[in-house]
Design a protein around this ligand. Structure first.
Ligand code: PMP
Length: 352
């Protein structure tokens, strides 16, 4: 248990005082609705979804379903426009522009930094260790300053693909007095348990998940944040009044109702990941393929930039990660369909 954690000390004073926008749909969902300046004549096409009405600002039905699925309470859940909205809101709630700082552990997902720059927040970086891309827990704790508000941990990590040791994450959650954010965008492709249900145990723990990856719903933009109720309350206050639209909510609910298919597909991607790794490892131009618990592989090539360029000319698009620390000559490859992976491998063979 993190005993020295004090939420009220961490929240920005202006956010503590904030009187949130009160949306019309919060009070009444039914009746003769002349309260929200909607278009009484309806959408300009045949519409059985009541799209002329604003969506539920609290996403009650969707949050209830997510809660049942992950074994938490709806009060511990925030739904946002991708995980990226969750990240942005956490900065807005906790970090005073020009004053506060966050900690990240590169190489990792780029949005933690971009969002910090948007909010004028300093970023202290503690590189992962070189051998296994694991957390250097003592170095991270040493880097904490009095104004360090948040620590981002991405597990499975993008772009390295590995998960962090549970005991390391636990130590950081227990010892860091700010907010620890565990980004679990790729959790369903891993063999690790989610930390989501632990948010009731650890008041400083925030877990991010998304329907963009294992659910195959990147196009609807639905991200999930799990946290203790008071943090979720702040997120609800700060978000745009109707952040999740009706079409997204409907498809997200359909996605959750098809969880078995999601799991089945995630298993298929895991099998395909292994095949792709084996095939990559046989290529002369590949020096190393790192172990992955995500739906992508990070691989070290002999001349990554050149290979990346040549693949692009053949309209095969992967991600050059050679500019990231510890990722010299590395390319990140999303696991495709068996046919797509075959095309990639034969293109690589023709280069090597
Ligand atoms: N976290 C990680 C680690 C990611 O790699 C990504 C997307 N590439 C996201 C979050 C963003 O997810 P979303 O689509 O939910 O905004």
């Amino acid at each position: 248990m993190n005993r020295s954690f004090d939420l009220e000390k961490l929240v920005r004073p202006n956010i503590k005082k904030l009187v949130p926008y009160h949306s019309a749909r919060e009070d009444f969902g039914e009746g003769l609705l002349l309260d929200a300046n909607e278009n009484s004549l309806g959408a300009p096409f045949s519409d059985n979804q009541q799209l002329h009405r604003y969506p539920d600002p609290k996403q009650t039905e969707l949050r209830k379903l997510i809660a049942e699925w992950r074994g938490v309470r709806p009060q511990n859940i925030f739904t946002g426009v991708g995980s990226d909205e969750g990240i942005d809101l956490l900065y807005r709630i906790f970090c005073r522009p020009g004053e506060d700082r966050v900690l990240t552990t590169p190489p990792t997902y780029g949005m933690y930094n971009v969002s910090a720059n948007i909010h004028d927040i300093a970023v202290d970086e503690v590189l992962l260790d070189e051998e296994g891309f694991q957390l250097r827990v003592d170095k991270i704790l040493d880097a904490v300053k009095s104004t360090t508000k948040m620590l981002f941990l991405c597990s499975p990590n993008n772009p390295t693909g590995n998960t962090f040791a549970t005991s390391d994450i636990q130590k950081l959650v227990e010892e860091f007095e700010g907010i620890v954010i565990i980004d679990e965008a790729y959790i369903d492709f891993s063999n690790q348990d989610s930390w989501a249900s632990k948010v009731v145990e650890y008041p400083n723990l925030v877990v991010l998940q998304t329907l963009s990856k294992s659910f195959g719903l990147a196009g609807i933009r639905l991200g999930i944040t799990y946290a203790q109720e008071e943090i979720i309350d702040y997120m609800m206050k700060v978000k745009a009044p109707y952040n999740i639209n009706k079409l997204t909510a409907k498809k997200a609910i359909e996605g959750l109702q098809n969880w078995k298919t999601v799991q089945f597909r995630a298993d298929a991607i895991k099998k395909e990941r292994k095949e792709l790794k084996d095939k990559l490892e046989q290529l002369k131009i590949v020096q190393k393929v790192f172990k992955s618990e995500a739906n992508f592989l990070l691989a070290k090539f002999t001349n990554a930039k050149n290979i990346y360029k040549q693949l692009t000319q053949q309209h095969i698009i992967i991600r050059y990660r050679g500019n990231e620390p510890l990722c010299d000559n590395c390319l990140r490859i999303t696991v495709g369909t068996p046919d797509e992976n075959e095309q990639l491998i034969s293109a690589l063979k023709s280069l090597g």
